[in-house]
Design a protein around this ligand. Structure first.
Ligand code: GLC
Length: 465
């Protein structure tokens, strides 16, 4: 079967938008991505995020693969140019030509203190959710010229494998197949209320903080961004890493924030499976992945599954306790393929529960990023309530893979409606009644890229009648 071709307008768009409107939006999505292209990589958004970000690059490449496959492969190459000798893929690869100031920039991170960090390009000193092998496999499957895409991945493969090795070597000290994150920025969901109970253990009245100046508030209203206290704690952790010269063992010994997160581990598990599949497509060896996969599956379901609430929790490694709050990230084992059919059914119930806007979603777009009935829910503040398209994209695929076709199609429809009504924003109001629904940065790359990709998906009911 020929892969969908967006730029020739042959694609079956499904959803509820009339075709001409979809066509306009597809053109606009490409204009967003092309406008954010620097010549080497794509910025997440030109004003707020003028450098290259780790998981953004993967989502962006997925969109680019539909109409600029060479650029899609370059997107991943540019990111991996910042890979550390330990194998870690950094959260940010800095662009020396950035036209806008950004905090924290390379002078704040000071990663030249780390023996393993590249001198050029400069990078930040933490990582992010590893979705790159997943993106590469997806790109291979959607590419019009799969053979050419496969060739472009030959040189990338050993770097992908090294990035997975990094996690199991440096982030899984008990060798249980579960990795920890050491900063909320590593989670990808920076100010999710999931981290509140851990972060509040950092007593701001007792720690010395370096001077710093935020840049984000010059672009986006403070009510949509993390608070001053959040930033103080983010900065405190970066300062600690600098003092450890970014040595992984030392950070593990001293860091007050070490969390095993269900989304991060689900994405790693999925990407490891996808790496195995890529290896067979590329005729390369990924034998070492098998052991990681077996161990991860066991530990994930014994340690992070909460039989009482029938949901997955994050685990605070420093204090040895669960973090029993419900964020949308707890449903990502559906995407990771880690849930048994029974657990998947429980997760699907959870997604349709009043905590996430169900059962009929008359008032809410799918899916709020946090439990709407919890006191920490905030419909405008970043990862504390708004809807994010990358999470919806992953849940669409997760629901589809477990056979929840209607649920998957409904998520896809909601993404279309959000983009149609509000544009290509970074995040969106969870309320259908809102007239101003686009939040955070405008012209946001992954929203455009994943919209392009979802528009290229055939309606599930047609594919599997
Ligand atoms: C924000 C998001 C993060 C994203 C980055 C760049 O920090 O929380 O997930 O990667 O912006 O878009």
């Amino acid at each position: 079967m020929a892969p969908p071709s967006l730029h020739r307008g042959r694609v079956n768009l499904g959803g509820r938008l009339p075709r001409p409107q979809h066509k306009t939006l597809l053109a606009q999505a490409k204009a967003v991505l092309d406008g954010n292209w620097t010549g080497h990589f794509t910025m997440p958004s030109p004003r707020l995020y003028p450098h290259q970000w780790n998981w953004d690059a993967a989502f962006i490449a997925i969109g680019l693969a539909h109409y600029r496959p060479a650029r899609a492969a370059q997107e991943l190459r540019a990111l991996f140019a910042g890979q550390w000798q330990t194998g870690m893929v950094p959260q940010i690869v800095f662009n020396p030509q950035a036209a806008r100031p950004y905090f924290p920039g390379p002078e704040f991170w000071q990663t030249r203190r780390a023996a393993a960090a590249p001198r050029k390009p400069e990078t930040s000193g933490i990582t992010m959710p590893p979705v790159h092998a997943t993106a590469a496999l997806h790109m291979y499957r959607t590419a019009r010229n799969a053979a050419r895409m496969r060739e472009s991945f030959q040189a990338l493969f050993p770097k992908l494998l090294a990035s997975h090795r990094y996690f199991y070597r440096f982030r899984d000290p008990a060798h249980e197949g579960l990795v920890y994150i050491r900063h909320p920025w590593e989670s990808g969901v920076d100010n999710s209320p999931t981290w509140d109970a851990v972060l509040c253990e950092i007593d701001l009245t007792r720690v010395a903080l370096p001077d710093y100046q935020r840049e984000d508030l010059a672009t986006v209203s403070s009510e949509q961004r993390p608070t001053r206290e959040d930033y103080d704690r983010y900065v405190y952790l970066v300062d600690l890493f600098r003092q450890c010269d970014y040595n992984d063992e030392e950070i593990f010994r001293t860091c007050p924030f070490l969390v095993q997160d269900p989304m991060f581990n689900s994405l790693l598990y999925k990407a490891t499976n996808d790496l195995v599949e890529l290896a067979s497509i590329l005729n390369q060896d990924a034998g070492e992945c098998e052991e990681w996969l077996q161990q991860s599956y066991r530990s994930f379901n014994s340690k992070l599954w909460n039989a009482e609430t029938r949901a997955y929790d994050a685990f605070d490694l420093v204090r040895g306790r669960r973090i029993p709050v419900q964020a949308v990230t707890g449903f990502l084992p559906l995407f990771g393929g880690l849930a048994t059919p029974e657990q998947a059914a429980a997760l699907y119930d959870g997604l349709r529960s009043p905590s996430f806007g169900g059962p009929d979603f008359a008032r809410f777009f799918r899916f709020p990023s946090f439990d709407v009935r919890h006191k920490a829910f905030d419909p405008r503040k970043y990862w504390r309530g708004p809807v994010w398209v990358n999470v919806d994209w992953m849940l669409y695929h997760g629901l589809k893979s477990y056979g929840y076709k209607e649920g998957a199609e409904a998520v896809r429809r909601d993404v279309f409606e959000l983009v149609e009504r509000f544009g290509f924003y970074e995040y969106f109001t969870p309320y259908r009644e809102s007239t101003v629904g686009g939040l955070g940065a405008d012209r946001f790359s992954w929203t455009a890229a994943l919209y392009l990709d979802l528009a290229g998906e055939k309606p599930i009911s047609e594919r599997n009648p």
